[in-house]
Design a protein around this ligand. Structure first.
Ligand SMILES: Cc1cc2nc3c(=O)[nH]c(=O)nc-3n(C[C@H](O)[C@H](O)[C@H](O)COP(=O)(O)O)c2cc1C
Length: 349
Protein backbone atom coordinates (compact mmCIF):
# COMPACT_ATOMS: atom_id res chain seq x y z
CA UNK A 1 0.00 0.00 0.00
CA UNK A 2 1.18 3.50 -0.77
CA UNK A 3 1.33 5.96 2.09
CA UNK A 4 0.36 4.14 5.27
CA UNK A 5 2.91 1.34 4.98
CA UNK A 6 5.58 4.03 4.82
CA UNK A 7 4.62 4.89 8.40
CA UNK A 8 3.70 1.41 9.64
CA UNK A 9 5.36 -1.24 7.43
CA UNK A 10 2.97 -4.02 8.43
CA UNK A 11 -0.15 -2.08 7.42
CA UNK A 12 -1.48 -3.63 4.22
CA UNK A 13 -5.21 -2.87 4.42
CA UNK A 14 -6.12 0.75 3.63
CA UNK A 15 -9.41 0.89 5.51
CA UNK A 16 -9.83 1.93 9.10
CA UNK A 17 -12.37 2.55 11.83
CA UNK A 18 -12.96 6.22 12.78
CA UNK A 19 -12.44 7.59 16.27
CA UNK A 20 -15.89 8.15 17.80
CA UNK A 21 -16.64 9.13 21.35
CA UNK A 22 -18.74 6.45 23.03
CA UNK A 23 -18.19 3.98 20.19
CA UNK A 24 -14.62 3.30 19.07
CA UNK A 25 -13.66 1.59 22.31
CA UNK A 26 -12.30 -1.90 22.84
CA UNK A 27 -15.67 -3.55 22.15
CA UNK A 28 -16.32 -2.01 18.74
CA UNK A 29 -12.69 -2.65 17.81
CA UNK A 30 -13.16 -6.32 18.74
CA UNK A 31 -16.40 -6.61 16.78
CA UNK A 32 -14.90 -4.98 13.69
CA UNK A 33 -11.73 -7.04 14.03
CA UNK A 34 -13.82 -10.23 13.86
CA UNK A 35 -14.44 -9.25 10.24
CA UNK A 36 -10.91 -8.22 9.32
CA UNK A 37 -9.52 -10.47 6.57
CA UNK A 38 -6.87 -12.90 7.83
CA UNK A 39 -3.41 -11.38 7.41
CA UNK A 40 -4.86 -7.88 6.86
CA UNK A 41 -3.33 -5.20 9.07
CA UNK A 42 -4.65 -1.74 9.59
CA UNK A 43 -4.40 1.03 12.16
CA UNK A 44 -6.98 1.35 14.96
CA UNK A 45 -8.32 4.36 16.85
CA UNK A 46 -9.39 4.81 20.43
CA UNK A 47 -12.16 7.04 21.56
CA UNK A 48 -11.02 10.65 21.84
CA UNK A 49 -8.94 10.97 25.01
CA UNK A 50 -8.67 14.18 26.97
CA UNK A 51 -5.02 15.11 27.49
CA UNK A 52 -5.91 16.98 30.67
CA UNK A 53 -7.25 13.80 32.26
CA UNK A 54 -4.96 11.13 30.85
CA UNK A 55 -1.93 11.93 33.03
CA UNK A 56 -3.94 11.05 36.16
CA UNK A 57 -5.55 7.88 34.86
CA UNK A 58 -4.51 4.24 35.00
CA UNK A 59 -3.97 3.14 31.43
CA UNK A 60 -5.92 0.04 30.49
CA UNK A 61 -8.28 0.57 33.42
CA UNK A 62 -10.57 3.39 32.31
CA UNK A 63 -13.31 2.48 29.80
CA UNK A 64 -11.67 4.62 27.11
CA UNK A 65 -8.24 3.04 27.50
CA UNK A 66 -9.24 -0.61 27.91
CA UNK A 67 -7.54 -2.78 25.32
CA UNK A 68 -7.84 -6.43 24.35
CA UNK A 69 -5.09 -8.96 23.75
CA UNK A 70 -5.79 -8.60 20.00
CA UNK A 71 -5.35 -4.82 19.99
CA UNK A 72 -2.36 -3.70 17.94
CA UNK A 73 -1.37 -0.75 15.77
CA UNK A 74 -3.28 1.56 18.10
CA UNK A 75 -3.20 5.25 17.23
CA UNK A 76 -5.08 6.91 20.08
CA UNK A 77 -6.66 10.26 19.48
CA UNK A 78 -6.14 13.05 21.95
CA UNK A 79 -7.86 16.30 22.51
CA UNK A 80 -5.47 18.89 23.78
CA UNK A 81 -3.75 22.18 23.36
CA UNK A 82 -1.13 22.37 26.13
CA UNK A 83 2.41 21.07 25.95
CA UNK A 84 2.74 19.74 29.48
CA UNK A 85 -0.49 17.75 29.31
CA UNK A 86 0.29 16.38 25.87
CA UNK A 87 3.77 15.30 26.99
CA UNK A 88 2.46 13.61 30.12
CA UNK A 89 -0.33 11.96 28.14
CA UNK A 90 2.17 10.54 25.69
CA UNK A 91 4.19 8.97 28.49
CA UNK A 92 1.03 7.36 29.82
CA UNK A 93 -0.18 6.17 26.43
CA UNK A 94 3.14 4.57 25.61
CA UNK A 95 2.23 2.01 28.32
CA UNK A 96 -0.41 0.80 25.85
CA UNK A 97 2.28 0.20 23.22
CA UNK A 98 0.71 2.72 20.91
CA UNK A 99 2.15 3.15 17.41
CA UNK A 100 1.27 6.76 16.80
CA UNK A 101 -0.77 9.62 18.11
CA UNK A 102 -3.61 11.46 16.46
CA UNK A 103 -4.43 15.04 17.37
CA UNK A 104 -8.06 16.07 17.16
CA UNK A 105 -8.58 19.24 15.13
CA UNK A 106 -12.09 18.35 14.06
CA UNK A 107 -14.29 18.26 17.15
CA UNK A 108 -16.92 20.97 16.53
CA UNK A 109 -18.74 21.07 19.88
CA UNK A 110 -19.25 24.43 21.55
CA UNK A 111 -16.94 23.57 24.42
CA UNK A 112 -14.07 22.87 22.02
CA UNK A 113 -14.64 26.18 20.25
CA UNK A 114 -14.67 28.02 23.55
CA UNK A 115 -11.51 26.42 24.94
CA UNK A 116 -9.48 26.48 21.71
CA UNK A 117 -9.14 22.80 21.01
CA UNK A 118 -10.65 20.45 18.44
CA UNK A 119 -11.69 22.33 15.31
CA UNK A 120 -11.10 25.69 17.01
CA UNK A 121 -7.41 25.09 16.33
CA UNK A 122 -8.15 25.43 12.63
CA UNK A 123 -8.85 29.10 13.31
CA UNK A 124 -5.43 29.55 14.85
CA UNK A 125 -2.86 28.14 12.41
CA UNK A 126 0.24 29.22 14.31
CA UNK A 127 -0.96 27.68 17.53
CA UNK A 128 -2.09 24.52 15.74
CA UNK A 129 1.40 24.17 14.25
CA UNK A 130 3.01 24.67 17.63
CA UNK A 131 0.92 21.82 19.05
CA UNK A 132 2.07 19.49 16.30
CA UNK A 133 5.66 20.63 16.76
CA UNK A 134 5.65 20.09 20.52
CA UNK A 135 3.98 16.70 20.14
CA UNK A 136 6.55 15.57 17.56
CA UNK A 137 9.33 16.79 19.85
CA UNK A 138 7.93 14.61 22.64
CA UNK A 139 7.79 11.35 20.69
CA UNK A 140 9.44 9.40 17.88
CA UNK A 141 6.07 7.93 16.89
CA UNK A 142 4.21 9.23 13.83
CA UNK A 143 1.92 12.12 14.71
CA UNK A 144 -1.24 12.52 12.69
CA UNK A 145 -3.94 15.16 12.67
CA UNK A 146 -7.64 14.58 12.04
CA UNK A 147 -9.24 17.70 10.74
CA UNK A 148 -12.15 19.25 8.90
CA UNK A 149 -12.02 21.67 5.99
CA UNK A 150 -11.98 24.56 8.44
CA UNK A 151 -14.26 26.81 10.39
CA UNK A 152 -15.56 28.08 7.04
CA UNK A 153 -14.82 26.88 3.56
CA UNK A 154 -11.79 28.58 2.00
CA UNK A 155 -9.52 26.35 -0.05
CA UNK A 156 -6.52 28.67 0.09
CA UNK A 157 -6.64 28.99 3.87
CA UNK A 158 -7.27 25.29 4.22
CA UNK A 159 -4.24 24.29 2.14
CA UNK A 160 -2.04 26.77 3.92
CA UNK A 161 -3.24 25.46 7.30
CA UNK A 162 -2.38 21.90 6.24
CA UNK A 163 1.01 23.00 4.90
CA UNK A 164 1.73 24.41 8.35
CA UNK A 165 0.85 21.10 10.00
CA UNK A 166 3.07 19.13 7.64
CA UNK A 167 5.93 21.57 8.12
CA UNK A 168 5.51 21.20 11.88
CA UNK A 169 5.97 17.43 11.56
CA UNK A 170 2.55 15.81 10.96
CA UNK A 171 3.14 12.50 9.17
CA UNK A 172 -0.48 11.86 8.25
CA UNK A 173 -3.61 13.94 7.73
CA UNK A 174 -7.11 12.55 8.02
CA UNK A 175 -9.78 14.71 6.48
CA UNK A 176 -13.48 14.72 7.30
CA UNK A 177 -14.43 17.26 4.64
CA UNK A 178 -17.13 19.23 6.35
CA UNK A 179 -16.80 22.66 7.90
CA UNK A 180 -17.05 23.16 11.66
CA UNK A 181 -20.45 24.77 11.25
CA UNK A 182 -21.77 21.77 9.33
CA UNK A 183 -21.05 19.46 12.26
CA UNK A 184 -22.26 16.20 10.67
CA UNK A 185 -25.02 17.79 8.58
CA UNK A 186 -25.05 18.13 4.79
CA UNK A 187 -22.63 15.98 2.88
CA UNK A 188 -18.91 15.40 3.01
CA UNK A 189 -17.16 17.03 0.03
CA UNK A 190 -14.76 14.36 -1.18
CA UNK A 191 -13.23 16.86 -3.66
CA UNK A 192 -11.40 18.33 -0.69
CA UNK A 193 -9.76 14.94 -0.08
CA UNK A 194 -8.59 14.94 -3.71
CA UNK A 195 -7.31 18.48 -3.22
CA UNK A 196 -5.15 17.40 -0.27
CA UNK A 197 -3.99 14.26 -1.99
CA UNK A 198 -2.89 16.21 -5.06
CA UNK A 199 -1.14 18.85 -3.00
CA UNK A 200 0.85 16.77 -0.50
CA UNK A 201 3.31 13.87 -0.46
CA UNK A 202 2.14 13.21 3.11
CA UNK A 203 -0.31 10.31 3.32
CA UNK A 204 -3.96 11.33 3.40
CA UNK A 205 -6.85 9.37 4.88
CA UNK A 206 -10.27 10.29 3.56
CA UNK A 207 -13.38 10.13 5.70
CA UNK A 208 -17.05 11.03 5.51
CA UNK A 209 -20.33 9.45 4.48
CA UNK A 210 -18.98 6.03 3.55
CA UNK A 211 -22.00 3.77 4.07
CA UNK A 212 -21.04 0.65 2.13
CA UNK A 213 -17.96 -1.19 0.90
CA UNK A 214 -18.73 0.24 -2.55
CA UNK A 215 -18.43 3.77 -1.15
CA UNK A 216 -15.10 2.88 0.45
CA UNK A 217 -13.73 1.62 -2.86
CA UNK A 218 -15.18 4.63 -4.68
CA UNK A 219 -13.59 7.09 -2.25
CA UNK A 220 -10.17 5.54 -2.90
CA UNK A 221 -10.72 5.50 -6.61
CA UNK A 222 -12.07 9.04 -6.91
CA UNK A 223 -9.75 10.81 -4.49
CA UNK A 224 -6.60 8.69 -4.65
CA UNK A 225 -6.44 8.78 -0.84
CA UNK A 226 -4.05 6.45 0.97
CA UNK A 227 -6.68 5.17 3.35
CA UNK A 228 -10.42 5.31 3.92
CA UNK A 229 -11.79 5.85 7.41
CA UNK A 230 -15.30 4.69 8.22
CA UNK A 231 -17.30 5.86 11.22
CA UNK A 232 -21.05 5.56 11.66
CA UNK A 233 -21.54 2.78 9.11
CA UNK A 234 -19.25 0.55 11.16
CA UNK A 235 -21.92 0.39 13.86
CA UNK A 236 -24.40 -1.20 11.50
CA UNK A 237 -22.19 -2.99 9.00
CA UNK A 238 -18.89 -3.83 10.72
CA UNK A 239 -18.48 -6.57 8.09
CA UNK A 240 -17.57 -3.90 5.52
CA UNK A 241 -13.97 -5.06 6.11
CA UNK A 242 -14.98 -8.62 5.19
CA UNK A 243 -16.79 -7.43 2.03
CA UNK A 244 -13.77 -5.31 1.09
CA UNK A 245 -11.51 -8.31 1.65
CA UNK A 246 -13.64 -10.36 -0.76
CA UNK A 247 -13.55 -7.58 -3.35
CA UNK A 248 -9.75 -7.39 -3.04
CA UNK A 249 -9.25 -11.16 -3.11
CA UNK A 250 -7.99 -11.41 0.49
CA UNK A 251 -8.33 -14.41 2.78
CA UNK A 252 -11.62 -14.48 4.74
CA UNK A 253 -11.58 -13.50 8.40
CA UNK A 254 -10.56 -16.23 10.85
CA UNK A 255 -13.49 -18.51 11.68
CA UNK A 256 -15.52 -17.30 8.69
CA UNK A 257 -13.72 -19.38 6.04
CA UNK A 258 -16.84 -21.41 5.27
CA UNK A 259 -19.06 -18.40 4.65
CA UNK A 260 -19.38 -15.50 2.23
CA UNK A 261 -19.82 -11.96 3.53
CA UNK A 262 -23.50 -10.97 3.76
CA UNK A 263 -24.50 -8.99 0.71
CA UNK A 264 -28.28 -8.79 0.43
CA UNK A 265 -30.32 -6.67 2.85
CA UNK A 266 -31.89 -9.73 4.54
CA UNK A 267 -28.57 -11.49 5.09
CA UNK A 268 -27.21 -8.24 6.43
CA UNK A 269 -30.08 -7.92 8.94
CA UNK A 270 -29.35 -11.44 10.23
CA UNK A 271 -25.66 -10.62 10.58
CA UNK A 272 -26.53 -7.41 12.41
CA UNK A 273 -28.40 -9.57 14.96
CA UNK A 274 -25.17 -11.50 15.55
CA UNK A 275 -23.31 -8.23 15.95
CA UNK A 276 -25.79 -6.95 18.56
CA UNK A 277 -25.34 -10.17 20.52
CA UNK A 278 -21.55 -10.09 20.34
CA UNK A 279 -21.41 -6.36 21.08
CA UNK A 280 -23.68 -6.82 24.12
CA UNK A 281 -21.68 -9.74 25.48
CA UNK A 282 -18.43 -7.84 25.14
CA UNK A 283 -19.87 -4.66 26.68
CA UNK A 284 -20.93 -6.61 29.78
CA UNK A 285 -17.54 -8.32 29.88
CA UNK A 286 -15.45 -5.16 29.56
CA UNK A 287 -17.58 -2.43 31.10
CA UNK A 288 -19.81 -4.12 33.69
CA UNK A 289 -23.62 -3.92 33.67
CA UNK A 290 -24.26 -0.21 34.24
CA UNK A 291 -21.93 1.21 31.61
CA UNK A 292 -22.67 -1.71 29.27
CA UNK A 293 -26.33 -0.71 29.09
CA UNK A 294 -25.43 2.87 28.16
CA UNK A 295 -22.94 1.76 25.54
CA UNK A 296 -25.33 -0.77 23.97
CA UNK A 297 -28.15 1.75 23.76
CA UNK A 298 -25.93 4.35 22.14
CA UNK A 299 -24.68 1.79 19.63
CA UNK A 300 -28.27 0.82 18.74
CA UNK A 301 -29.19 4.48 18.34
CA UNK A 302 -26.37 5.25 15.92
CA UNK A 303 -26.97 2.10 13.86
CA UNK A 304 -30.79 2.22 13.80
CA UNK A 305 -31.30 4.62 10.84
CA UNK A 306 -30.25 1.82 8.48
CA UNK A 307 -32.75 -0.68 9.86
CA UNK A 308 -36.24 -1.14 8.47
CA UNK A 309 -37.09 -2.58 11.88
CA UNK A 310 -35.51 0.11 14.03
CA UNK A 311 -38.65 0.90 16.05
CA UNK A 312 -39.62 -2.62 16.78
CA UNK A 313 -36.03 -3.56 17.66
CA UNK A 314 -35.76 -0.63 20.05
CA UNK A 315 -39.07 -1.72 21.61
CA UNK A 316 -37.70 -5.21 22.23
CA UNK A 317 -34.09 -4.44 23.06
CA UNK A 318 -34.92 -1.19 24.83
CA UNK A 319 -36.48 -3.13 27.72
CA UNK A 320 -33.48 -5.40 28.25
CA UNK A 321 -31.39 -4.87 31.33
CA UNK A 322 -29.45 -8.10 31.76
CA UNK A 323 -27.02 -9.68 29.36
CA UNK A 324 -29.10 -12.85 28.97
CA UNK A 325 -32.05 -10.69 27.87
CA UNK A 326 -29.95 -9.00 25.16
CA UNK A 327 -28.69 -12.38 24.01
CA UNK A 328 -32.20 -13.87 24.01
CA UNK A 329 -33.79 -11.00 22.15
CA UNK A 330 -31.00 -10.66 19.62
CA UNK A 331 -31.20 -14.40 18.95
CA UNK A 332 -34.99 -14.53 18.50
CA UNK A 333 -35.86 -11.11 17.15
CA UNK A 334 -33.51 -11.50 14.20
CA UNK A 335 -35.13 -14.76 13.11
CA UNK A 336 -38.14 -12.72 11.97
CA UNK A 337 -38.66 -12.71 8.23
CA UNK A 338 -38.59 -9.39 6.42
CA UNK A 339 -35.96 -7.63 8.50
CA UNK A 340 -33.52 -5.84 6.29
CA UNK A 341 -30.76 -3.27 6.31
CA UNK A 342 -31.15 -0.36 3.93
CA UNK A 343 -28.12 0.07 1.75
CA UNK A 344 -28.23 3.85 2.29
CA UNK A 345 -29.92 6.09 4.79
CA UNK A 346 -30.09 9.77 5.64
CA UNK A 347 -27.30 10.01 8.20
CA UNK A 348 -28.96 11.49 11.22
CA UNK A 349 -26.40 11.07 13.95
C1 LIG B 1 -20.90 9.49 17.90
C2 LIG B 1 -19.75 10.11 17.18
C3 LIG B 1 -18.64 10.51 17.89
C4 LIG B 1 -17.54 11.08 17.23
N1 LIG B 1 -16.43 11.39 17.93
C5 LIG B 1 -15.31 11.82 17.28
C6 LIG B 1 -14.09 12.02 17.96
O1 LIG B 1 -14.00 11.85 19.17
N2 LIG B 1 -13.01 12.41 17.25
C7 LIG B 1 -13.06 12.63 15.91
O2 LIG B 1 -12.06 13.00 15.31
N3 LIG B 1 -14.20 12.44 15.24
C8 LIG B 1 -15.31 12.03 15.89
N4 LIG B 1 -16.45 11.77 15.19
C9 LIG B 1 -16.45 11.98 13.74
C10 LIG B 1 -16.08 10.71 12.99
O3 LIG B 1 -14.77 10.28 13.30
C11 LIG B 1 -16.18 10.94 11.48
O4 LIG B 1 -15.27 11.94 11.13
C12 LIG B 1 -17.58 11.37 11.03
O5 LIG B 1 -18.59 10.61 11.68
C13 LIG B 1 -17.74 11.23 9.53
O6 LIG B 1 -17.48 9.91 9.12
P1 LIG B 1 -18.67 8.85 8.82
O7 LIG B 1 -19.59 9.52 7.85
O8 LIG B 1 -17.98 7.66 8.29
O9 LIG B 1 -19.38 8.61 10.12
C14 LIG B 1 -17.57 11.24 15.83
C15 LIG B 1 -18.71 10.83 15.12
C16 LIG B 1 -19.78 10.25 15.77
C17 LIG B 1 -20.97 9.81 14.97
Amino acid sequence: MRGLSGLWPEVNFPFTLAPMVGLSHVVLREVVRDYLPTDAKTIWPTEMLNSRRLPYQDMGKTPETLISSRDELLIPQILGNEESFIKKSLIKLEELKIRGLDINMGCPVQKALKHNYGVALMGDPTYAQSIVKMTCAATDLPVSVKLRVGLHKDEKDFLSFCEGLVKAGASLLTLHPRTAAQKRRGSADWNQITLLKNHFQTPIIGNGDVQTYKDALRMREETGCDGVMIGRAMTVRPWIFWQLGEELGLKPPKGLEERKAPRDPYEEAKEYGKVVKRYSELCFQYFGPVLALRKIKFFLRVSSPWLNFGHSMTKHLGKCKELNEFVDVSQHFFENEGLCLNEYTALTY
